[in-house]
Design a protein around this ligand. Structure first.
Ligand SMILES: C=C(O[C@@H]1C=C(C(=O)O)C=C[C@H]1O)C(=O)O
Length: 400
């Protein structure tokens, strides 16, 4: 397989929005205008073989030092689960320095990727909607209580309990329109679209960029209200809350302990910061370090980290066992990770949160949200937290 990369300006003479390249049938992974949009499928490869596969592609880099072909996709919640990544036939990339390029797989048997930009604007149509819990609220509340009791009994330090809902529309959901809305409201979150799996995750699991590794685990949540003064007060309470500090510590300690053996050094912010998105605010702790040489690929780091206690719990095995016993549904890709890698093993992976899985006919979507449970967790407050988290996708999907 061969690939050619060129400056985007050689191909298009107008500004390109990655959401328009991906639209309803392509691939997207972007945050703050930096990332990729792809079209067409050149190959599907097992995630653990993706870096090797890409390294075997002959890359003619006429754009000068760009990533070249990439593989992107989603890995399920369950650790080590098989997953395939997609190598798009055409990829438009944008980096933080403002460079824009296009990489095309130059192969006869690659499926037609269609025009790079849409011929028609998406039409934001209105529809009527129903929303239904897929697990009874009582069952969810009992699951939270069971997790809390397990922590009180000393079996666990923390477990994340989630619940699914289903949104149904009377006409197909237009993914292109939804992606544009997510960009408008959640521009700084990792926005993704992969075969009907769409979302806007605020949480970076891990990124590798030329030997530099970073991670930004989030855990501990409060709401936003639209009133900046009140939001600041809620943020201060979150920062001071013992319960949320315990939830947060479990997540960052695991991420740090997992990354350290791969690193020559790793720096941590001494205090968590507040990460505010449109619907909620979190405690987050940024980490950055240098990988030891020869350095691990981003896929190896993803496999080691995933799931962190931000979505699973601590200890991991006991938490996953409890989750599977009490939650009452299959998580699938929720709580997994979504991202991309290139031939050098660089890449960026977000935790699969604030997301929706669309049905093949795109008339329904499953949304899942959860929260970390510790000894002092209150089931009804946790229910309210999931409702706040659902707002991210609900506000992008539902426009009656
Ligand atoms: C589990 C979710 O979010 C995670 C759990 C958090 C918490 O318990 O406070 C915060 C951010 C995420 O790491 C979700 O959005 O479904």
């Amino acid at each position: 397989m061969r690939a050619v990369s060129r400056p985007l300006a050689e191909v298009v003479d107008r500004p390109v929005d990655l959401n328009d390249v991906a639209r309803g049938d392509g691939y997207l992974f972007v945050r703050d205008g930096v990332g990729f949009a792809g079209r067409g499928v050149a190959a599907r490869v097992p995630a653990d073989e993706a870096v090797e596969f890409l390294a075997a592609v002959e890359h003619d880099d006429r754009a000068g030092g760009v990533n070249g072909p990439i593989a992107l996709g989603a890995l399920p919640f369950r650790p080590g689960a098989d997953a395939e990544l997609i190598v798009p036939a055409v990829v438009v990339g944008k980096d933080a320095d403002g460079r824009q390029w296009i990489t095309e797989i130059d192969d006869d048997d690659v499926r037609d990727a269609g025009p790079l930009l849409p011929e028609v604007e998406p039409e934001p149509t209105s529809a009527s909607w129903t929303i239904e819990p897929l697990v009874d609220t009582d069952r969810y509340l009992a699951a939270v209580a069971a997790a809390r009791d397990a922590v009180r009994a000393g079996t666990l330090q923390k477990a994340v309990i989630a619940r699914p809902i289903e949104v149904r529309a009377d006409r197909p959901i237009d993914v292109h329109t939804v992606l544009r809305r997510l960009k408008a409201t959640f521009g700084s979150s990792h926005r993704f679209s992969i075969d009907g799996f769409i979302g806007a995750s605020p949480e970076l699991l891990v990124a590798v960029d030329g030997g530099v590794v970073s991670s930004f685990p989030l855990a501990g949540t409060t709401r936003t209200t639209g009133d900046d003064e009140l939001d600041a007060k809620l943020a201060a309470e979150l920062h001071a809350s013992e319960k949320n500090r315990i939830e947060h510590a479990a997540a960052i300690e695991m991420v740090r302990d997992t990354l350290l053996p791969f690193c020559s050094y790793l720096d941590w912010a001494p205090e968590p910061e507040i990460v505010k998105v449109a619907n909620v605010q979190h405690l987050g702790s940024r980490a950055e370090g240098m990988l030891s040489k020869p350095h691990a690929t981003v896929i190896e780091l993803v496999r080691a980290l995933q799931p962190t206690p931000a979505v699973g719990g601590h200890p991991r095995e006991a938490a996953i066992e409890l989750i599977e016993q009490v939650e009452g549904f299959e998580r699938g890709v929720y709580g997994g990770t979504v991202g991309w890698c290139d031939a050098n093993g660089d890449g960026r992976w977000a935790v699969s949160l604030r997301c929706a899985e669309l049905s093949d006919d795109r008339r329904s979507a499953r949304l899942v949200a959860g929260g970390g449970i510790v000894a002092d967790s209150d089931p009804l407050s946790e229910l309210a937290e999931t409702q706040a988290k659902f707002q991210a996708m609900l506000s992008a999907l539902i426009r009656p």
